[in-house]
Design a protein around this ligand. Structure first.
Ligand SMILES: N[C@@H](CCC(=O)N[C@@H](CS)C(=O)NCC(=O)O)C(=O)O
Length: 131
């Protein structure tokens, strides 16, 4: 095979390929992290802890979107625990802290709502960074 016949697939093409049937995004990351664009989102912080089954849904969705945000473990950090209680008003995880460009802070509970919010706000694979 000559080098000119090699086609480097984008993640979108890979995900749409019939051989991988949409599994590509989950598979591509451990195999070829260097090809994975990562969007870092400022102004967002995910409060969670490792053993929480609802919490793990959020990073999984973020991985599909190539999205990276600050993550705080409320079982390991008293500060994070205190912030969640004082700010969100409920010691429930996952919770997404959203700080707007005007400094206004919103606390978003429920894994499904958090995933929906991130999907609405960020387009998978784009290089949009920031709030
Ligand atoms: N429906 C919620 C369930 C979240 C949930 O029950 N989280 C547990 C940890 S796995 C929790 O924080 N429980 C404490 C509480 O409900 O006060 C979701 O999908 O986010």
């Amino acid at each position: 095979m000559s080098p000119s016949s090699i086609h480097v697939m984008t993640l979108t093409e890979l995900a749409a390929h019939p051989c991988v049937q949409g599994e590509a995004i989950g598979l591509a990351y451990p195999l070829q992290p260097e090809f994975r664009p990562v969007q870092w989102a400022d102004g967002l912080a995910l409060y969670q802890y490792k053993a929480c089954p609802f919490c793990v849904k959020v990073p999984r969705a973020m991985m599909r979107q190539s999205l990276s945000i600050e993550t705080l473990d409320v079982k390991r950090s008293e500060t994070a625990w205190g912030e969640l209680l004082a700010g969100g008003g409920d010691l429930k995880v996952p919770c997404l802290r959203v700080e707007g460009s005007d400094g206004q802070v919103e606390w978003l509970y429920e894994s499904g709502h958090i995933i929906g919010y991130l999907e609405d706000r960020f387009v998978a694979g784009s290089n949009v960074v920031g709030a």
